[in-house]
Design a protein around this ligand. Structure first.
Ligand code: C2E
Ligand code: CA
Ligand code: CA
Length: 700
């Protein structure tokens, strides 16, 4: 034991730990037999150190080399620079190594072997070997003799070695340290290690030493930085050195550069998860992603779509143009599919000409056809296969979580079945697994196709549904409701075509038309001498965001020659929540003009008092689902009561919509509701019928 702590005079304890941590083989031979061997060496040879002790050293060599050395180790001593030798592992494997022999004064020989294959040592088994050996450290008293040799180990080990004092200042580094990190000893001696000074790594490094101090050692892998900033992966072991009194005197850090292995691992991981032909995720990774998407969706109440795509006509390409061309086509098809999906979606190749798309944020099943249509169009384009043109198409099956299935396996089965249905439907099309979804999507498509012509064919009109003031028993106004009498589809409900108009942008034009038509109608009723009633017009999200909307309203009022208070706009909470600041500003302008505003479908959305307070609405329309449940569901009763008292406290008028029976009217009267609207009074009526209605309001 020495007080001086230069790299050449490590104390025995430090030396002992060092020798065990080094991955190279270190062994002491006496009379040609193994007298001591370190854990790294035992690991390299695939045997326990105890079993190796006492063995003739030549038996550790490949038989070819062993034969040459049958007379002993002497010939090798002449090669102090190291001899390339094959070592023989217990499992029969061979390790190519550079072996150096250092004769010592007491007649023993120190052997140092560095593995050239890079296979040994492997971190985990080395650690187990070290652990086992350290338990026996006391038995290995012979080691003390090696302290004078530790300097040589320190100099020649392929691992970087750092010795630090208790303040974490470096007292020694070996040449391998400089080789790996790029930091020369002169720049780090007496200082804290660079990784401790780097803000990105300091905390983790601090914790590493902390852990070593409390448990005696720390081992692990991490990414670090070389002096030039290049990142590298290292396997790191930190041990503490204690004096006889058990006081911490030093830390010893041994590390090796494992970047190459990490890169290999990454490649192996890629091979295990990605299809080699297309580079797309393979079946294993696909199932992984699908499972993940489903469990995320479970937590967040989301929808997941899965598409199964099979290429039509691929077999023909393969048979006529050959497999190489088939491969080219699959690669190109993979690229096209990837271009069709949204970020966050996963395109995978299951095998053959089968692909899948996982859509974790589908939102609504109605969104899947947009992607499917894009894919069908992309696949329809000709494929240029090294100058030869080929054509395929796609048959797509779609399934949706949670509607059709609740787990990944069932989803895959469903999507596959739906894909077969697409094949039966003549290929080059998509099919949902669920019949209802198919029907809904088909209807949507038909509506979309004829909707574009509706406007030009004059198929749109407005119906008007009256509202009654319960206290005064007078009609306060009518709500304008769009009607579409489609030539090929008959009367189509606005609930069906308005979402499609919003999607296609047609709502702007139609909304503008409805506004003007409603204003014109007011003018006509006034001219006919009917009582002054207000016309309510439903607005869509798009309209509220449309630039110049307020000007448009002014123009419509002007053209019809009516006052602003002759109209009312109905908006929903959802519409105003999306872009609240902008919405409040526009609504305020409309309100300042004198136009009334009503909050439609109240109770189905956010329905919060604070929302209501912010928006300058004059009345609240309780959604008809609550009205229809009066007498069926006692909760509805309570909700209505709450909305009415809450609304009144904010001085808003309360309108109940969808009122169908006299009983409902009576109850609403008792609860203090201001107005009602619904079949009990009148259904939406053509303009001519409104005149008749207004002249003779039914008593209810
Ligand atoms: P909404 O604004 O909630 O309109 C009330 C709906 O309830 C109307 O359906 C109406 O016919 C129906 N209804 C009225 N009384 C009763 C009743 O007693 N019982 C039942 N069960 N239903 C009743 P409609 O006309 O099919 O309109 C559906 C939705 O379409 C409307 O819901 C509205 O959101 C939208 N909409 C209609 N016209 C327009 C428009 O011009 N522009 C915009 N942006 N949306 C419109
Ligand atoms: Ca409405
Ligand atoms: Ca409504």
């Amino acid at each position: 034991m020495t007080a001086e702590r230069s790299p050449h005079h490590l104390d025995d304890d430090a030396a002992q730990r060092l020798l065990q941590l080094v991955g190279d083989l270190l062994c002491v031979c006496r009379e040609g037999r193994v007298d001591w061997i370190n854990a790294g060496g035992a690991h390299m040879l695939g045997a326990a150190a105890d079993d190796l002790i006492g063995q003739p050293f030549v038996e550790l060599l490949h038989p070819d080399h062993a034969a040459a050395l049958s007379s002993g180790l002497e010939p090798l001593l002449a090669e102090p620079g190291g001899a390339p030798l094959m070592l023989r592992r217990r499992d029969g494997d061979v390790v190519a190594a550079v072996v150096r022999f250092h004769p010592a004064s007491d007649g023993s020989v120190l052997v140092h072997a560095r593995d050239l294959t890079g296979r040994y040592p492997a971190a985990d088994s080395l650690i187990t070997a070290v652990n086992r050996l350290e338990e026996r450290a006391r038995e290995l008293t012979r080691l003390s003799r090696l302290s004078s040799l530790s300097a040589r180990v320190f100099e020649t080990a392929s691992e970087g070695i750092i010795v630090l004092d208790t303040d974490l200042r470096i007292t020694a580094v070996n040449p391998a340290y400089t080789e790996i990190t790029g930091w020369p000893a002169s720049e780090v001696l007496g200082r804290k290690p660079p990784c401790l000074l780097d803000p990105e790594q300091s905390e983790a490094t601090q914790l590493t030493f902390e852990a070593a101090r409390t448990t005696g050692r720390w081992r692990g892998e991490r990414w670090s930085k070389r002096r030039d900033g290049e990142r590298y992966a290292e396997r790191l072991g930190v041990s503490t050195v204690l004096d006889e009194a058990g006081q911490l005197t030093h830390y010893v850090v041994v590390f090796s550069d494992i970047t190459a292995r990490k890169v290999d691992e990454e490649r192996v991981r890629k091979q295990a998860n990605y299809d080699t032909l297309t580079g797309l995720p393979n079946r294993a990774l696909f199932l992984d992603r699908l499972n993940q998407a489903v469990s995320n969706a479970q937590r967040t109440d989301q929808m997941v779509g899965l598409m199964f795509i099979d290429l039509d006509g691929f077999k023909l390409v393969n048979d006529t143009l050959g497999h190489d061309m088939g491969d080219l086509l699959l690669q190109e098809a993979g690229r096209r599919l990837s271009n069709c999906v949204r970020s966050g979606d996963t395109v995978a190749r299951l095998g053959g000409d089968e692909f899948t798309v996982v859509m974790p944020n589908l939102g609504a099943y109605q969104n899947a056809p947009t992607v499917a249509t894009r894919i069908l169009e992309a696949l329809r384009k000709p494929f240029d296969l090294a100058g030869k043109e080929a054509f395929v198409s796609g048959s797509i099956g779609i399934t949706v979580y949670p509607d059709d299935a609740r787990d990944a396996q069932t989803m895959l089965k469903n999507a596959d079945a739906a894909m077969y249905r697409a094949k039966e439907h003549g290929k080059a099309n998509f099919q949902f697994f669920t019949a209802d979804m198919n029907a809904a999507i088909e209807e949507r498509l038909a509506i979309k196709n004829s909707l574009s012509k509706a406007f030009d064919r004059d198929e749109l009109m407005l119906y008007f549904q009256p509202k009654l003031d319960l206290a005064a028993r007078t009609v306060t106004g009518v709500e304008a409701l769009l009607r579409w009498n489609a030539a090929d589809l008959g009367m189509v409900s606005p609930a069906k075509f308005i979402p499609i108009m919003e999607e296609s942008g047609l709502i702007g034009r139609v909304g503008e038309w409805a506004l003007a038509a409603a204003c014109r109608q007011v003018r006509r009723w006034r001219d006919a001498g009917l009582p002054a009633i207000r016309v309510a017009i439903n607005l869509s999200v798009r309209q509220l965001r449309q630039p110049g909307f307020v000007d448009l309203v002014e123009k419509a009022l002007d053209t019809a020659g009516i006052d602003a208070d002759a109209i009312e706009f109905e908006i929903t909470e959802g519409m105003v929540m999306k872009d609240a600041d902008n919405a409040v500003a526009i609504l305020r302008r409309l309100s300042d003009m004198g136009i009334r505003l009503a909050m439609d479908d109240f109770g189905t959305g956010y329905s919060s008092l604070s929302v209501l307070k912010r928006f300058p609405v004059d009345s609240i329309k309780i959604d008809r689902t609550f009205i229809s449940e009066i007498g069926v569901d006692s909760d509805s009763h309570e909700i209505i009561r709450t909305i009415i008292s809450m609304g009144h406290s904010l001085r808003r008028r309360i309108v109940a919509e969808g009122v169908e029976s006299i009983e409902q009217v009576r109850l609403l009267e008792r609860l203090g509701c201001d107005e009602i609207q619904g079949y009990v009074l009148a259904p939406p009526l053509p303009a001519a019928d409104v005149e008749r209605f207004l002249r003779e309001v039914p008593a209810i």
